[in-house]
Structure formats: structure tokens, C-alpha cells
Design a protein around this ligand. Structure first.
Ligand SMILES: [Zn+2]
Length: 231
């Protein structure tokens, strides 16, 4: 309701087609992907769990992710969560008890942006999965160690070094999972090199938690000849 009120008060328009009205009009919302496809980063980090995304990091997903993350268009958390729920549904097509684990943002990024966009999307995805009758919970199992740099502009080797040991598991969140037979899905907004989600997988494996799959909204297309500007 609050987001809807803000949209009206601020006179917003659809992020995708620019029509005045809601931040995502009904037509554009209905054309968003409802399932996921398997992608493989190239090169693929060794031991990476299967990665599923809704589509390439291009329009319309790119515009939605950027507006939600950087411009704090919080009304987009719900449609993005629905997209993520569709990806999770494709990645795990049984009736297992799902635990969605968000890749945490750097604390500095959360302060700058005023919110944690992936955590917000994961909460929305959990609501959509439950509405579809799937047992799902969100977990804040992962924490980021301080001192991790922004990944933008780093190549695969630099990202790997930057992120080595960057994540750890929160013991109290881990205790809440103890004794439950669950399917753990690591969730992120964008998969680029796969290094970040592989680090999440490593941190969870270090305490005996096996990651079944990785779900993200979008994946960047890798190019063979990577220039300094590629992410
Ligand atoms: Zn639209």
C-alpha cells in the first residue's frame, strides 16, 4: 500500500515502457519471465552448483534491477521476487522444503543505498513461492566480512582474490536450520563470473550446509575477448 501511495504521490511511470502510472504497468509485468534457464559462467568456477536465471542482464530485467537497487524503487521488489520465485521453481521442481539464502550486500553498499535489494527480493520470492503452495523460508545465513571491495571493474582473478573468505555463516541462523531437511538455494540479483555465488557456496559448505542450486534474476553475457569495461 505504501509503495502504491508513493507512486501516486510522486507521479511515477513504468520503468520498462515509461507509461505514466505504476512503477511497472500490468502489461510489462505480464511479460516478465516466469521460469528459469540453466546458465554456465565461462570460465565456470570449479565446483559451482547449477545456476539458473530468468534471462540475460538486458532489458527489461536490467532496468528493473537497476531501478530497484540504485533508485530505491521499492515497488519493484515484488515483481522481481515473482521472477526469482519462477527461477527457483525451475531449479528445484520437487516439493522439498526450500530455504532461500540471499547473498549479502556489502555493509557500505547497504548504507549508501539505504536498503539491501537482494534480501528484499528474496523475501518477496518466499511470499510468491508460499502463495504457490511451496514450502519456503528465507534465511539470513550469510554475513559479509568487512573490507570487501566493490566487485565492479574487477576481472575474474581479482574477484576471486577479493572474495576469498569474504562470507561467513551466522551461527544463530544456522541453529534455526539444525535438524531440518531442507533444499538450500543461494539467491542473488545478477550472476556475472559466478565467483560471488561460489564463495557463498564455500562459506555454507564450511559449516556442512550443501547448496542445491543457485537462483538469480539475470546473468551477464560473457564475451570471449574481455575488455577492462566488462563486468
Ligand atoms: Zn510498462
Amino acid at each position: 500500500m505504501w509503495d502504491a501511495w508513493l507512486d501516486l504521490a510522486l507521479g511515477s511511470s513504468c520503468v520498462t515502457c515509461r507509461d505514466p502510472g505504476r512503477v511497472l504497468c500490468a502489461g510489462c509485468a505480464s511479460r516478465l519471465p516466469t521460469a528459469g534457464v540453466r546458465v554456465r559462467p565461462d570460465p565456470e568456477p570449479p565446483g559451482l552448483a547449477p545456476v539458473f536465471v530468468a534471462g540475460p542482464y538486458e532489458e527489461p530485467l536490467k532496468g528493473l534491477l537497476v531501478a530497484h537497487k540504485e533508485r530505491r524503487v521499492l515497488g519493484l521488489a515484488d515483481p522481481l521476487g515473482r521472477v526469482l520465485a519462477g527461477v527457483v521453481g525451475s531449479a528445484v521442481n520437487d516439493d522439498s522444503d526450500l530455504v532461500l539464502v540471499a547473498v549479502p550486500s556489502r555493509a557500505a553498499a547497504v548504507r549508501t543505498r539505504g536498503h539491501d535489494p537482494v534480501a528484499r527480493m528474496v523475501r518477496a520470492a518466499v511470499r510468491h513461492l508460499r502463495a504457490q503452495g511451496r514450502p519456503a523460508t528465507g534465511s539470513t545465513l550469510l554475513r559479509q566480512h568487512p573490507g570487501v571491495r566493490d566487485q565492479a571493474g574487477l576481472d575474474v582473478g581479482q574477484r576471486t582474490a577479493n572474495l576469498a573468505g569474504a562470507l561467513r555463516v551466522d551461527p544463530s541462523a544456522q541453529r534455526r536450520l539444525a535438524g531440518r531437511w531442507v533444499t538450500v538455494v543461494v539467491c542473488d540479483d545478477i550472476v556475472t563470473t559466478g565467483v560471488t555465488v561460489r564463495e557463498a557456496q564455500r562459506a555454507l559448505a564450511a559449516v556442512g550446509i550443501e547448496v542445491a542450486t543457485v537462483a538469480a534474476v539475470a546473468a551477464t553475457r560473457r564475451r570471449r575477448a574481455e575488455g577492462p569495461g566488462s563486468a
